[in-house]
Design a protein around this ligand. Structure first.
Ligand code: CAA
Length: 376
């Protein structure tokens, strides 16, 4: 960790401890999202970390951003994901948008005044994203969007939506991408999902009913939208990896602390080698995941991005987070299964990380395809 990363994470830790952590148990129970928490992250300058200064970003590296996300995730994985998805949308606009789009949409997102959401999945098109059915029909001066998107993170609290829709025939090549703002006529938020975990992060369906979008909201070229989404996910998956590492690290820290306090058979349970070995394995796996995340981020920073390594980092870190949070509950025993301690929430939060931004089975598909390509 360099000096800047140390300074950034130290000051962020204080914000997370004072302004995020105290609400997490209560908000998890009620499913409440607090916009002021996100705006507070903006005031800390972390809502546009890898974006250029010209558009209000901090112009830092993706590696720096991984440190930021890992730190926030130690206190709230859901708020870290709100941030990572919003940043993914910013990255896509920055990479594929034109100057006008960047000037218009990026500053409110990089400042944290607004939140970005990524709309790819549909009810019948989750893993098979290229089979999406939502349509964007060309009309005078723009497009008319019809259809619906499912499982959209930050739906309802976001204001800028990256939306994929079909402008052409079947398959990936028929898909284009648009920027849609909340409040556009014909755009509405549908059912809010009741989830096992990640309850402070709203997930909803989004409906588009004859929703007119002006031509200038088309992102890049017609027919290229699927590629923009995939390239956004390459970076997004590294972010999810970093968040999984933060969640796992916190679960490990809580386990060590508890096992040094809790006494059974007249001694701290930490003394039992069975638990020591568990925690040693947890620590080793968390470190291995973090090194993969850092390497994937480093390649991005070196403009040598590698989808395979991004998928590996997401796969490894989120599987590790699931295992480590489950082991943490085991170390806490009966108490760990209750909401008296946060480890049961960490375990529920970990599960979805093996699912979103591409299930871990899809990550294996990406990795296996790359292996085949390398061989050929
Ligand atoms: N970058 C740029 N272009 C890419 C790319 C990438 N990483 N991956 C694929 N493409 C391009 C391909 O080159 C191809 O273009 P050409 O034909 O011109 O070469 C085109 O996209 C189609 O690619 P594939 O043939 O590989 O497409 P596929 O239909 O076989 O799908 C897949 C590939 C990997 C399975 C993909 O569908 C996928 O990733 N599915 C999972 C979807 C997903 O991750 N959803 C996440 C939802 S968002 C979310 O969860 C965020 C949140 O809320 C937290």
């Amino acid at each position: 960790m360099n000096e800047l990363q140390l300074e950034l994470t130290n000051s962020l830790r204080k914000y997370c401890q004072d302004k995020i952590e105290p609400f997490m148990e209560e908000d998890d129970a009620s499913g409440k999202f607090r916009p002021e928490i996100f705006k507070g992250l903006g005031e800390y300058g972390v809502t546009g970390v890898p974006l250029p200064e010209e558009f209000g970003g901090a112009n830092l590296s993706y590696t720096d951003f991984a440190y930021v996300l890992r730190e926030i995730a130690k206190y709230s994985a859901p708020y870290a994901v709100t941030l990572s998805v919003s940043t993914m949308v910013q990255n896509i606009i920055n990479e594929f948008g034109n100057q006008d789009q960047k000037e218009k949409y990026l500053p409110p997102l990089t400042s944290g005044q607004e939140i970005g959401a990524f709309c790819l999945s549909e009810s019948h098109a989750g893993s098979d994203a290229a089979s999406l059915k939502m349509t964007a029909k060309k009309t005078q001066g723009g497009y008319i969007l019809n259809g619906s998107k499912m499982w959209i993170t930050s739906a309802g609290v976001a204001s800028t939506y990256f939306v994929t829709a079909r402008t052409g025939g079947e398959g990936a090549k028929g898909i284009s991408a648009f920027i849609v703002q909340a409040g556009t006529k014909g755009f509405s938020i549908g059912k809010k999902e009741k989830k096992m975990g990640f309850r402070t992060s709203p997930t909803c369906e989004i409906l588009f009913e004859n929703c007119f979008i002006p031509e200038e909201n088309l992102l890049g070229q017609e027919g290229e939208g699927f590629k923009y989404a995939m390239s956004g996910l390459d970076r997004g998956r590294i972010s999810i990896g970093a968040i999984a590492c933060g969640l796992a690290q916190r679960s490990l820290d809580e386990s060590v602390k508890y096992s040094l306090e809790r006494k059974q058979f007249q001694q701290e349970i930490f003394n039992f080698q069975g638990l020591q070995f568990m925690m040693a394995d947890m620590a080793t796996e968390v470190s291995a995941s973090w090194l993969m995340v850092l390497e994937a981020a480093r390649l991005f920073d070196a403009k040598n991005s590698d989808s395979k390594l991004a998928s590996m980092a997401k796969l490894k870190s989120t599987d590790v987070a699931m295992k480590v949070t489950t082991d943490a509950v085991q170390i806490f025993g009966g108490a760990g299964y209750t909401s008296e301690y946060p480890v049961e929430r960490y375990m529920r939060d970990a599960k979805v990380m093996q699912i979103f931004e591409g299930t871990n089975q899809i990550q294996r598909v990406v990795i296996a395809r790359a292996l085949k390509k390398e061989h050929q």
